[in-house]
Design a protein around this ligand. Structure first.
Ligand code: TRP
Ligand code: CA
Ligand code: ZN
Length: 316
């Protein structure tokens, strides 16, 4: 959609004021097409699903889960890290301890950009012990991975520095992300201009929920779904129940997407989203049926494309 010049100028100015877009004011005031961030590529949902298939195989080979302290978790880290290393990312595995077991966060930096303005996106990679955790949270993990791989394919040269992360022990109480944020020196923490969180984005009876934390980040997601004619709602199923809370608590602007967990879809929601009223967004939440069968492909596709859109928009 092409906005009229005054609206476009206002929008860009608002984003610049918030510090989320690194666009110089002079550029923002023009109406030339060059002033906009390059359009993000379409993220192929088949590629996202291929990662989910691999995560499921990892669970099957490791006692049926990918939980903190279990071998399927470390195998999941190794899988994601291998893809990122081959694509030219600088990867770091950061160990921590939780409940007597070693946990791992994986952090992947895309070389270049202004490290004083670092845009982060992340997802928890651990499952609960009761199942393979494909929607919770293979979905967010795979979408963030495929977005990172798209950054590499396009050899993106963003103004900001990009950092992607996969957290451990989220299911133990946001342990990995808290450990990461708390371990950062103050000087490094203040360089993070925003953190985007993706936890459960392919629920089988999906809602389209956007976190209402940082207004500029929220707007980028809402505008994306408006462009698809998909209505969104504000995420309310337990604010602070995922890793963005670790960043929010440290004063870092956050945002994210969610398609629903154990809550029930209302009839109004079913009507607007074409879902099943009176049923959970994810009836397999935290259970052994959270497999590759437990994914709505359309929701996974839209949300994966939205991840890439936000990374492109907010890092330009
Ligand atoms: N991983 C979260 C959990 O197990 C899932 C979740 C529930 C969630 N409510 C949320 C994620 C709200 C994001 C936003 O609790
Ligand atoms: Ca897509
Ligand atoms: Zn969970």
């Amino acid at each position: 959609m092409k906005l009229s010049a005054p609206i476009r100028t206002l929008t860009a100015a608002a984003l610049v004021t918030s510090g989320l877009l690194a666009m110089p004011a002079a550029t923002a005031a023009t109406t030339s097409e060059e002033s906009a961030a390059a359009a993000a590529p379409d993220i192929p949902v088949a590629d996202v699903k291929a990662h989910l298939g691999e995560l499921q195989k990892i669970a099957e080979a490791n006692g049926g889960n990918r939980a903190h302290g279990q071998p399927g978790y470390k195998a999941s880290i190794d899988y994601i890290k291998g893809k990122l290393d081959a694509a030219g990312f600088t990867t770091t595995v950061k160990e921590f301890n939780s409940g007597g077991a070693t946990g791992y966060n994986l952090v992947a930096d895309w070389p270049g950009g202004d490290e004083g303005q670092t845009l982060m996106a992340g997802a928890h990679l651990d499952s609960v012990e009761s199942g393979p955790g494909i929607n919770d949270n293979g979905s967010g993990s795979a979408a963030v991975l495929e977005t990172a791989l798209a950054v590499s394919r396009e050899q993106l040269k963003p103004a900001k520095h990009l950092r992607f992360a996969w957290w451990g022990a989220e299911e133990q109480g946001l342990v990995g992300s808290r450990n990461y944020v708390n371990s950062l020196p103050d000087a490094d923490r203040s360089k993070i201009s925003g953190y985007l969180n993706f936890d459960m984005i392919g629920s089988p009876n999906p809602g389209y929920f956007v976190y209402d934390d940082d207004p500029a980040i929220e707007k980028v997601f809402k505008d994306y779904f408006a462009g698809l004619d998909v209505p969104t709602e504000i995420e309310t199923e337990g604010d602070g129940r995922s890793d963005h809370a670790s960043f929010l608590d440290a004063g870092i602007p956050v945002g994210g997407l969610f398609t629903g967990a154990g809550n029930t879809m209302s009839s109004e929601q079913a009507q607007k989203w074409g879902g099943k009223a009176g049923e959970s967004f994810d009836a397999c939440y935290h259970s052994d049926c959270d497999t590759t069968e437990n994914i709505n492909d359309t929701a996974l596709d839209r949300n994966s494309d939205a991840v890439a859109h936000a990374i492109w928009q907010l890092s330009s």
